[in-house]
Design a protein around this ligand. Structure first.
Ligand SMILES: Cc1cc2nc3c(=O)[nH]c(=O)nc-3n(C[C@H](O)[C@H](O)[C@H](O)COP(=O)(O)OP(=O)(O)OC[C@H]3O[C@@H](n4cnc5c(N)ncnc54)[C@H](O)[C@@H]3O)c2cc1C
Length: 480
């Protein structure tokens, strides 16, 4: 019998699926990547507009995203050209707010918290009492080992803090990171993210708290580089290839071959395309899509006996996740207008109805001298906006015109991602990675330390492939 490389089908071409496909290819496995839509990148992708490519939503990476930055490096993406590095800041257009001073970025890792402490002590528009209270709370969280009661909310962690400190610092940062209002957001996950941003590993030359803003569109940042890299290594890449059914097709291989007596191979039915047979499957689809495929698999007569019991809890956890939208309103300032603030990202004074955007980002045009675009982000918009994208855009336009003293900004595009992230609430039970020796799940919803983020997605993709090692690597047995 001829030995050959295992064949892995990765279902879903978002950042988790792309990371998994690259990791599988690096192991020498054959890879087929199947994406339902016409584009790669999933919830972090390029969208076409009448004025050229935009993003479906402004994304921020931070220096602590070491898995994502590592993946980009593997793909040959020059980080310094692809990402604009900005010290962590929550500055407002009127000059108020907090900025981590540049000099603190060169401090060795254990001292990174000094940067945030210095930023809080220098926060503009705060009284000394407010600065002291913010710093004292940061120290208290550090002394508690960045841990709290599992069911605590971010708002509960902030009890006793002056309202301005919560409104100007905790609330915008927590909403940006968790996309969940602080009254419902998990305190434990917030502390975890804060810990990593201050003390986590970051590849040189970055500090973990650095904000890294894509200079070009999101498609250019990862999906283009990843699909090129995969194609050069012989991977099969299929768009418009929705997987509609998974079937276990091979009987167990003998335990003596590689120690996995119940490791079936798989047949994937693809809408409007040829089916795929593979030795293993990475299910890198969103939680609801993975749950649907697993429910159908469990009901399939070919499902290995007893397997469906493994998935009941997985499916119920996946379906129990609540999702939160993010809206991005793209504005065009008048020709010749220039961004005059020191950082390309500003926090905005927020009111759920009158001033719905929390942040505005300046995006330079693709060529020098080209016009600016403003990405205005509405995280977890008030439910009253549901189905009223044009009204939301008009409210954001009014808000930004006023905040930036910019009377002529026109709306270019409004993108509302209804299921942008899962709501990151306390004590959330998330679905896990390993569904069987040759069937694994990836995606930002899969159990892990992070909320729904690019880093969570990439880590889950890498982890899913590691979990297949045991079934596929040692003495792989040819079956198909
Ligand atoms: C507007 C917005 C702003 C955000 N801002 C940030 C940010 O600033 N920082 C940050 O870190 N994160 C941010 N996020 C979150 C981040 O984008 C997501 O966590 C991440 O992209 C999720 O990647 P994923 O691969 O897990 O899932 P997805 O991107 O959802 O990928 C799943 C893919 O599977 C495909 N698919 C579904 N069903 C099938 C099927 N049956 N067959 C084949 N393919 C299928 C889908 O089309 C999709 O491409 C933001 C998200 C949004 C929407």
């Amino acid at each position: 019998m001829v030995n050959r490389a295992p064949h892995v089908a990765v279902v879903g071409g978002g950042w988790a699926g792309l990371a998994a496909a690259v990791a599988a290819c690096q192991r020498g496995w054959r890879v087929t990547l199947l994406e339902a839509s016409p584009h790669w990148g999933g919830r972090a992708r390029r969208v076409a507009s009448r004025i050229g490519p935009l993003d479906n939503g402004q994304h921020i990476l931070i220096g602590a995203y070491h898995a994502t930055l590592g993946l980009l490096t593997t793909l040959g993406v020059p980080l310094d050209q692809a990402l604009q590095r900005v010290p962590m800041a929550l500055a407002y257009p009127d000059g108020g707010g907090m900025r981590v001073p540049r000099w603190t970025r060169t401090l060795p890792r254990p001292a990174h918290a000094v940067g945030l402490a210095a930023g809080l002590l220098g926060a503009q528009g705060w009284t000394w009492r407010e600065r002291g209270a913010a710093l004292a709370r940061l120290v208290r969280w550090q002394l508690a080992g960045w841990r709290c009661a599992p069911l605590a909310t971010v708002a509960e962690l902030c009890v006793g803090l002056p309202p301005r400190v919560v409104a100007d610092w905790v609330e915008p940062l927590a909403v940006a990171a968790l996309n969940t209002p602080i009254q419902q957001a998990s305190g434990a996950v917030w502390l975890r993210v804060l810990h990593d941003a201050l003390h986590g590993p970051a590849p040189a030359p970055y500090a973990p708290s650095d904000l890294l803003l894509p200079r070009a569109d999101l498609g250019t940042l990862l999906p283009d580089a990843a699909t090129r890299w995969l194609a050069e290594r012989g991977a099969t890449l299929r768009r418009r290839a929705r997987v509609t059914r998974l079937q276990a097709i091979a009987a167990a291989v003998s335990a003596s071959d590689h120690g996995n007596a119940d490791a079936p191979a798989w047949r994937l039915t693809v809408a409007q395309g040829d089916p795929v047979q593979a030795d293993a499957v990475v299910l890198a689809t969103p939680a609801w899509a993975s749950a649907r495929l697993l429910q159908a698999l469990a009901a399939d007569p070919g499902c290995p006996p007893g397997w469906e019991a493994r998935w009941t809890t997985w499916v119920s956890r996946a379906l129990a996740l609540q999702h939160a939208p993010i809206a991005t309103v793209w504005l065009a300032p008048p020709p010749g207008w220039t961004w005059r603030w020191p950082t390309p990202m500003l926090a905005l004074r927020h009111h759920p109805e009158r001033a719905p955007a929390q942040f505005v980002f300046a995006r330079a045009g693709a060529t020098p001298g080209a016009d600016w675009r403003l990405a205005c982000v509405v995280s977890a918009p008030d439910p009253a906006w549901h189905g009223r994208a044009a009204d939301l855009a008009a409210a954001v336009q009014r808000q930004v015109r006023q905040a930036l003293a910019l009377p002529d900004a026109q709306v270019l595009a409004t993108v509302v991602e209804q299921r942008a992230t899962f709501a990151c609430t306390p004590g959330l039970a998330r679905p896990w990675t390993v569904l069987g020796p040759t069937l694994v799940a990836a995606g930002d919803h899969v159990e892990g330390p992070y909320p729904a983020t690019l880093e969570g997605a990439v880590r889950s993709g890498l982890h899913a492939v590691e979990a297949l090692d045991a079934a596929l690597t040692p003495g792989f047995w040819p079956r198909l």
